[in-house]
Design a protein around this ligand. Structure first.
Ligand SMILES: [Zn+2]
Length: 303
């Protein structure tokens, strides 16, 4: 049995309907991956659209049908129906996390419950179903809600970029919880329009003490950046720190939130911050570093 079929059956056992989705595969004469559909490199939703005609409407918990599907397409990605056992908050990378941070006075940017890192650099937080359909939360950009009638890809699906969907907090590690009330209100058709000031204090940070020292030093360096150097300094310092995230020394969301806070506090725009962090994160995550054998920052780690 393949890892994908095994995972599909595991979701079905929990009552989550599953359906098969196209997958990324090597394309002839190209370095990058292409969609497994006939459009290949020209597909506009590569490795994200269903293999079955009616898509999520055909999602099932029937193990026999799942076995038949993954026998036919052993590499198929896993699409899950939302709105049945869980809904998902879809955070589109650093920009989405920054948007959520605007709610920090009412919603902790560190949400509890199961959490997936998407293959494309974002996150899916799973919550108990709200009964609501798909909709973007009011006033939040780069954040989406997948509810009734919706779907998400799930681990161990693969993204067209080559990354994989993976659990950061698994279904056996944390129970599904209700979406925080303040966030839930933003999903209602007519939410109250209250201005929420952005929080400026940094979040409590988790991670290895060495990693936290590196992060603190780099945030301090960013805080001292002169006007013409701010964006460049954000890129340089964030790249350095994301390497430790890749090495498992620091937490991805903590680091993203901390850099977002500091970048905004020195006057970088939200758009610029998100853009630079996205690029520094991609580069840093591809170059893991771990804690050096001799503790204490080296010259290279000093800002
Ligand atoms: Zn396709």
């Amino acid at each position: 049995m393949t890892r994908l079929l095994e995972a599909a059956l595991g979701y079905a056992t929990r009552g989550i309907p599953v359906y098969p989705v196209h997958w990324p595969r090597p394309a002839q004469g190209r370095a990058s991956l292409a969609c497994s559909c006939p459009r290949g490199p020209d597909c506009d939703r590569p490795a994200k659209h269903p293999l079955v005609r009616h898509g999520v409407k055909e999602a099932t918990t029937d193990p026999d049908r799942l076995r038949r599907w993954w026998q036919r397409w052993p590499q198929a990605n896993l699409g899950l129906a939302t709105g049945v056992i869980f809904d998902a908050l879809d955070i589109d990378g650093p920009a989405g996390l920054a948007a959520l941070q605007q709610l920090a006075d009412t919603v902790s940017p560190r949400l509890s419950g199961p959490l997936v890192a998407t293959g494309g650099g974002g996150w899916h937080h799973w919550f108990t179903p709200t009964g609501l359909g798909n909709r973007p939360p009011h006033a939040l950009t780069h954040v989406d809600w997948r509810g009734k009638g919706g779907c998400v890809l799930a681990p161990p699906s693969r993204h067209i970029s080559g990354g994989s969907y993976r659990w950061l907090v698994g279904l056996d590690q944390a129970p599904l919880v209700e979406v925080p009330a303040a966030l839930r209100r933003l999903l209602d058709p007519d939410p109250p329009t209250t201005a929420r000031p952005a929080r400026t204090a940094g979040p409590d940070l988790a991670g290895h003490p060495y990693g936290r020292r590196v992060l603190a030093a780099e945030l301090a360096a960013l805080g001292r950046a002169t006007p013409g150097q701010r964006n460049h300094t954000l890129n340089r310092t964030a790249f350095k720190v994301y390497r430790y995230v890749a090495g498992g020394v620091l937490d991805d969301q903590d680091v993203t939130l901390a850099f977002t806070s500091t970048a905004r506090s020195i006057g970088l725009s939200a758009a610029e911050t998100a853009r630079t962090l996205t690029s520094a994160r991609t580069a840093g995550l591809a170059n893991p570093r771990t804690v050096p054998a001799t503790p204490g920052p080296t010259t290279e780690d000093r800002p």
